[in-house]
Design a protein around this ligand. Sequence first.
Ligand code: PGA
Length: 271
Amino acid sequence: MAPRKFFVGGNWKCNGAGDDVKKIVTVLNDAEAPRAPSVKVVVSPPFVFLQQVKGLLRPDFAVAAQNCWVRKGDAFTGEISAEMLVNLQVPWVILGHSERRALLSDQMISLSGKFPRKIVHNLTFVADKVAYALSQGLKVIACIGETLEQREAGTTMEVVAAQTKAIAEKVSDWTNVMLAYESVWAIGTGKVASPAQAEEVHDGLRKWLNTNVTPAVAESIRIIYGGSVNGANCKELAAQPDLDGFLVGGASLKPEFVDIVKSATVKSSSA
Ligand code: PGA
């Protein structure tokens, strides 16, 4: 099977006002980043900047939306549908980001491994979004991850397996799905998971997929890590065998994003 191509996503979140869009894109366009085939780079500005960024960005980098609606567009004020992203030729979408899950009060409550009805509902909601976006031809970065409380309760694998299971129940073709393991306690906190902690979960997810989906999906799916990734910690993380790239928040707004993209070379040199 072909090696999994390293992937670096930049999630700008709710940033990009004023001159920021131009500044960030200029840094990316001027960067001497490793090119395809060794790494795929996708940046995710807020919806309103998607078209502008797509127009300005170097052709070897792509754009992603940060969310989309769970089904066909209709009377859902403030939502953006998968069809609209397809119309704009936006190829990727991030779904189930923990900040979105928190807005839906999804999965933020720990019940020592037990999932109440509301949480099960919200797991399904994210999974439905994944399935619908795929049906429209989008590629999906599906985010999963445990809270600090869940980690401390020893339920990390149980939590990420439940999140992945919800997706597996709705998705049969995994070709266009990537999992972003983002430990919630590491997002925006400067508290990055250690390479060993990240690898343990990525390896556990691959084992789960091997048993519950197919060995081929377990082998081919990209599982990327997110949570306080920066220019200083990316190389050691990138060297982990089951870690196929990053979803970067804060550092994706800074020139060090280019260093994170370059960490892909850790993989090619060990391949
Ligand atoms: P962070 O965010 O890199 O700022 O921690 C990661 C994410 O939310 O995807």
